[in-house]
Design a protein around this ligand. Sequence first.
Ligand code: SF4
Ligand code: SF4
Ligand code: SF4
Length: 376
Amino acid sequence: MSDNMFVLNGREVSFDPGQTILEAAEACGVQIPTLCHLKGTTPTGECRICVVEVQGADMLVTSCSTPVEAGMQVKTESPRVVTERKKILEQLLTSGNHNCAISGSDNGNWTEFQLQVQKNDASSELCPVWGDCKLQELAYQYQVKITPSSPQRDYYPSEMANPMIIRDFSRCILCGRCIKACNEVQVNRAISMGYEGDKAKVVTPGDHPLSESDCVFCGECVQACPVGALVEKKARHIWRPWETEKIRTTCPYCGVGCQQLLHVKDGKIVKVTGVEDAEPNQGRLCVKGRFGYDFIYSKDRLKTPLIRENNEFREASWDEALDLVARKFKEIIRENGPDAIAGVSCARSINEDSYQMQKLFRAVIGTNNIDHCART
Ligand code: SF4
Ligand code: SF4
Ligand code: SF4
């Protein structure tokens, strides 16, 4: 076997030097489940759901943090691996308030269980991420069920105080993805793991609510959370994945051109996420791009040009407004020359519009007085 080959589920495949087992497997189309792994950040092997069997190794190894070696023989779904994954999933499900259909669905105490869930959630709705949850998906895949009598940790109450994000500690599986998203992807360093053992919790310095911390509400942690522990406040309980259409678009706020997905239900945006693996943002968004979409539904939004007459605005057609602007520009140029006019282009404009704006000012009006406003 050559230096860049190893055996994956009985098949000889190649790998690149430095690749982990997880990366090499993905590169040849073999999916290994992950929960804590966040692409592009330091792997921790925290959740251990990605364990695989390596011939000759006493213990199962975490594929996200183990480099491939030439000649290695790896099995990703052996009976030993599947048994371990089921055990891990059961522990994760029992560690929190996981009231989706998997939990105790064949248990006689279902009503009692649901009443407890209702008390924890202060709502009779199903978990807000039901149908869009990695833990739920894996529990179905590996057919893991828990019962209401399973041991559960004491939950910290949900943090509802923040303007954009609800932190539901009862559903947190302590995978650490949010911390990696905050510290390594966005480099905001607003959160870390705090306390120990049963009391472990994702905290801000001093364990204050996000709204009293260095958090800038970029929402990267929400996008990274594989379960319902972090949810968008505005989107909670108003959508399910099968009810929405995902429409890719460019963020309207500034000239960076971040790629985003609008989750649209009945013609209305219910949430926004960044497009993973797309330039320039690779899934990242700022607070405006992720949460600032309400303005498009504002009743105060201008829909027609306004012309000021006698200190009052009146609605006008585009033709009338543009004719008026052209007439005034001509008057100013005639009386004071083209440098008496300056253009300020909106920083939210796309590159092509900004290019046209400077062309209009330089080539048509005849001035270099052209700039754009600072990004807002
Ligand atoms: S977080 Fe996931 S696993 Fe837990 S209740 Fe919600 S859907 Fe189920
Ligand atoms: S919203 Fe952004 S800054 Fe705040 S905790 Fe999440 S990732 Fe960090
Ligand atoms: S809040 Fe979500 S991403 Fe963060 S540790 Fe908990 S489950 Fe993981």
